[in-house]
Design a protein around this ligand. Structure first.
Ligand code: PGA
Length: 264
């Protein structure tokens, strides 16, 4: 059974004070929610303060990006070690905004995934097609290429935290299917559209790794997830949770999305 996972990607929003305020509100309302894992990914500047604010709660911390080297002369970058140092368990890699605005290629995504795994950070790897690619019927082709290039040279062993045969061992990889045309547009993929791509991703994962591993990797949907569509999306068999942008910036809407995942 894959436990639902809801990740709030705050992107480049919120001052430190606003981040702490949001984290504290969330901490209160979700303290009794079981059966779902919740992660917040504040901007780097607020990670330290949010870490303190969520201490002792069931909320986990994620970073929105990382650099692939552990340290050195890379002005302005943040390393996996620094992220770990702040108790981040997760890191988002290859978000479409990074691919688009910062020209992150699949090769860069691959280096970042390797850096995350090497440092035992759980990588949430984003893939997704543009509107043009969907209209040209290239969705599966794009997903396959992003996934295979992104995961090149990564073995089953790299993915496991702990003993490979221990059923409690955690997998350090999560995939987020985020169609670019659905991000921040208010226009989400239909549950059927998303489920179709998720099914394909799982098939690819079983080819890249093996069926056992593939069946334990969570596949999240992202792109205009909100209260009005989350329950329906979450009820699809292959949708294991959500990567939420805009709707994660308010405690009320994010909480309701989390609640909808608990009820599946
Ligand atoms: P959105 O963003 O929920 O605002 O569409 C999702 C994401 O970019 O992860």
């Amino acid at each position: 059974m894959r436990k639902p996972l809801i990740v709030g990607n705050w992107k480049m929003n919120n001052s430190t004070a606003e981040s702490v305020d949001l984290a504290e509100k969330l901490k209160k309302v979700i303290k009794d929610m079981a059966g779902v894992e919740v992660v917040v990914a504040p901007p780097f500047t607020a990670l330290g303060s949010v870490r303190k604010a969520i201490k002792g709660s069931n909320i986990k911390l994620g970073a929105q990006n990382l650099f692939w080297e552990d340290k050195g002369a890379y002005t302005g970058e943040v390393s996996p070690l620094m992220i770990r140092d702040l108790d981040c368990e997760y890191v988002i890699i290859g978000h479409s905004e990074r691919r688009e605005y910062f020209k992150e290629s699949d090769e860069i995504v691959n280096k970042k995934i390797k850096a995350a795994l090497r440092n035992k950070l759980k990588a949430i790897v984003c893939v997704g097609e543009s509107l043009k690619e969907r209209e040209e019927d290239k969705t599966m082709q794009v997903i396959e290429s992003q996934l295979k290039k992104g995961l090149e040279g990564i073995s089953t062993l790299n993915l496991i935290q702990g003993e490979i045969r221990n059923p409690k061992s955690e997998i350090l990889l999560t995939i987020a299917y985020e169609p670019v045309w659905a991000i921040g547009t208010g226009r989400n993929a239909t549950p059927a559209q998303a489920n179709e791509v998720h099914t394909y991703i799982r098939k690819l994962l079983s080819q890249i790794f093996n069926e056992d591993i593939a069946s334990n990797i969570k596949i999240l949907y992202g792109g205009s997830v909100k209260l009005s569509n989350s329950a329906e999306l979450m009820s699809e068999k292959e949708i294991d949770g959500a990567l939420v942008g805009g709707a994660s910036l308010e405690a009320e809407s994010f909480t309701e999305i989390i609640r909808s995942a608990c009820m599946v």
